[in-house]
Design a binder for this molecule. Sequence first.
Ligand SMILES: Cc1cc2nc3c(=O)[nH]c(=O)nc-3n(C[C@H](O)[C@H](O)[C@H](O)COP(=O)(O)OP(=O)(O)OC[C@H]3O[C@@H](n4cnc5c(N)ncnc54)[C@H](O)[C@@H]3O)c2cc1C
Ligand code: FES
Length: 348
Amino acid sequence: MTFTVTVLPSGVSFHVDRDEPILTAAIRQGVGLPYGCKDGACGSCKCKRLEGRVIHGAHQAKALSEDEENAGYTLTCCAAPQTDLVLEARTVAGANQFPVRKMPCRVISIHRPAPDVAVLRLQLPANDKLEYHAGQYIEFILPDGARRSYSMANAPHLQADKPSIELHIRHMPGGRFTDHVFGAMKEKEILRLEGPFGSFFLREDSDKPIVLLASGTGFAPVKAIIEELRFKALTHRPAVLYWGCRSRVDLYAHDWALQTAREFPSLRYVPVLSEPRPEDGWTGRTGLVHQAVLADLPDLSNHQVYACGAPVMVESAQRDFVALAGLPADEFLADSFTSEADKHGPGA
Ligand SMILES: Cc1cc2nc3c(=O)[nH]c(=O)nc-3n(C[C@H](O)[C@H](O)[C@H](O)COP(=O)(O)OP(=O)(O)OC[C@H]3O[C@@H](n4cnc5c(N)ncnc54)[C@H](O)[C@@H]3O)c2cc1C
Ligand code: FES
């Protein structure tokens, strides 16, 4: 049995099988609904249900509270329709541009630019470059079918002559995949991935100045977006990168960011350390990275923000930018790096 889901105001409609999450069907049929984690943890897929009934699977209360659920809000990634539905959701232009594909890949190199960061280069099958928007992510499919998501750190045009992607992976001690990356993983290892996924990519239909906000390895998709801004010479949109880390050693691509800002004058770079060490000799900005943005840009009413990294940073930025700096809610685009801890820990 299938149900019809209609999305307003675009009027686009698609079919969803009984017991199938709405988002799974939308991705399969190339309908560009906004989303991030695909797993009930980040809230990026939340939309208003205007007609019809759904059953929600497991999700985090932070992503959808009981009050929101009672008011008709729906997480498309973990809700299955029980009737035909009408949803109110913005659709994302370009989200269906590239096919989602499964492919093997080979680890070409593993670098450790910081104690808890690994930069992986992965070779894709020859003549089989992965098409994606800068900012999107892939999922590794682990042997038992479990999945882990990582954002491409290189813009797609940079794999023109050799199909390869770059990932920046932070070690989460006790974490299933990252313990392997920081332990037994060797060059030439074969992994299986699927992608591209996600709605975190440059909205080229906007002329607004851009705030790029990253914490830790949230820098990865932001780096890809910067490479794309440069490649497309989108100099009419001034961009400022705020990158927040704990201490100097965690700013693992500081020199890259400094040099890129020198070479691409429409980009400014503001590194912010939350816990600088005495030996860092740090004279730059300190504190929480999203608060540095608010201090410099108290009026965000005419900006577009791309935020990526730790869930707590993304949630704080979304809340404060909208409430305190007048950022229109639709102009906050984010990927929150949720993990098993977010999905199964307190609040899940
Ligand atoms: C869209 C998206 C893009 C992402 N991109 C990146 C990226 O580019 N770079 C990056 O570094 N990360 C990224 N992430 C995060 C990444 O997908 C993983 O969640 C992260 O690397 C941890 O994976 P893991 O298998 O090592 O840890 P997991 O097995 O997920 O465990 C994570 C932590 O939770 C604990 N834990 C495990 N199971 C439970 C449980 N049942 N209850 C409570 N705690 C538990 C573990 O001990 C560990 O500390 C992204 C996430 C999303 C959603
Ligand atoms: S995509 Fe649905 S909660 Fe993250």
